[in-house]
Design a protein around this ligand. Structure first.
Ligand SMILES: Cc1cc2nc3c(=O)[nH]c(=O)nc-3n(C[C@H](O)[C@H](O)[C@H](O)COP(=O)(O)OP(=O)(O)OC[C@H]3O[C@@H](n4cnc5c(N)ncnc54)[C@H](O)[C@@H]3O)c2cc1C
Length: 348
């Protein structure tokens, strides 16, 4: 009998399986490999200051150093680089926004992230920035699909991965363990991202999914070492003259395919920021596993006690997943309590 079956190898399943392996647990990951999963198309940014009011991200002081440490350990293990410190320029759209920023700078808890007291002005031939912008410190970017591909190879080499679609109908649950296609495991944890809304074991969880679309553009002679954050995000991908433009948040959608509506919204927002000419190279879309109260879903089904979930990473999976995967594993191995905001018992 193994210890854990993990369903899904997005950022959530990757982190959970990794911290279980570090505790010498016997695991098997089952993933159907979707190159257009939310994790695979995410820009991969962890931004400590977000929103119109420039608020510090929930638990940023804990999540960000932990994520950095974790991804850097993976870089050493795989001998590859996929995690970077980045410079984000938040573009301002009014005098009020300038004043709000100035007020934030005065607050000591923001000092690690808002160090500058000068506004930055970019070339108006390239960027519309009449009100300037400010630089955010401490932001990072994970090249998510590159990392996931390295980790997938690692799992494969160690014979810890089944590449197939997991069928919940084939899962048998008993008091002491679960069985899937002849494999007995003490527990199973679902990390399926947005597909979880079809999972009969977790129907009681209030997902509120949001489709996200992005464009890949060619822009010549632009800013290859800065991420601009205005009505849209403009991020260099690392390929010469290539920029990622993202992302939409659509609450009503029929499927997970790129759409004209998504493209038009992105181009409309882009026109408020970009003055430079561009060509569209590609458009991508995926569904985020967003949640009504914007906090992850972690825990076990109250009736089927061997059936767990690690999900609900919403718009911030890259910074949330490492920290909470480790916390979940400590909970499983040593019985340490979960942060109450992420524990699914809040819905029982
Ligand atoms: C356009 C866009 C931009 C984003 N940008 C950012 C960003 O900059 N920073 C950030 O932190 N977050 C960002 N996000 C959010 C981030 O992508 C999510 O928080 C995160 O990827 C969720 O990871 P996950 O592992 O829970 O789900 P997923 O990435 O969806 O992974 C689920 C995995 O499970 C597999 N799976 C599902 N069902 C089955 C089954 N039955 N059998 C086998 N396999 C199965 C899927 O194929 C997939 O591999 C963005 C999202 C989008 C859409």
């Amino acid at each position: 009998m193994i210890d854990y079956i993990i369903v899904g190898q997005g950022i959530a399943g990757s982190m959970l399986s990794w911290f279980l392996l570090k505790q010498k647990q016997q695991i098997l990951v089952i993933d159907d490999f979707n190159p257009s999963s939310a994790s695979n198309i995410a820009s991969g940014i962890s931004n400590p200051i977000t929103g119109r009011k420039f608020v510090k991200t929930w638990l940023a002081d804990e999540l960000f150093p932990f994520a950095q440490n974790t991804y850097q350990q993976f870089e050493q293990l795989f001998g590859e680089q996929f995690f970077h410190s980045v410079s984000i320029i938040k573009l301002l759209d009014s005098v009020k926004a300038q004043n709000d920023w100035s007020a934030r700078c005065a607050s000591p808890e923001y000092h690690p992230y808002l160090t500058n007291d000068k506004l930055v002005y970019l070339d108006p031939q390239k960027v519309k920035n009449d009100f300037g912008g400010f630089e955010i410190s401490g932001a990072t970017r994970l090249e998510v699909s590159k990392f996931l591909s390295c980790y997938r190879n690692y799992l494969k080499e160690n014979k810890l991965l089944f590449e197939e679609n997991f069928s919940v109908d084939a899962l048998k649950t008993e008091d002491s363990h679960v069985t899937y296609k002849g494999i007995a495991s003490r527990k199973i944890v679902f990390c399926e991202g947005a597909s979880a809304i079809q999972n009969p074991y977790f129907k009681f969880l209030p997902f509120q999914l949001a489709k996200g679309e992005c464009l890949i553009l060619n822009i010549e002679d632009f800013y290859p070492d800065k991420i601009l954050n205005g009505e849209v995000l403009i991020m260099p991908t690392g390929i010469k003259n290539e920029y990622y433009i993202g992302a939409t948040h659509q609450w009503n959608f029929d499927d997970d395919n790129p759409s004209e509506i998504g493209k038009n919204e992105l181009l409309g927002n882009l026109s408020t920021v970009l003055s430079a000419p561009y060509q569209i190279k590609n458009q991508l879309a995926a569904i985020r596993p967003t949640v009504k109260d914007r906090r992850p879903f972690i825990g076990f089904n109250p009736e089927f006690k061997n059936v767990g979930i690690f999900n609900g990473m919403g718009t911030k999976g890259i910074s949330l997943a490492p920290y909470f995967a480790e916390q979940f594993v400590q909970h499983l191995i040593d019985g340490k309590p979960l942060t109450k905001e992420v524990d699914i018992r809040r819905f029982l």
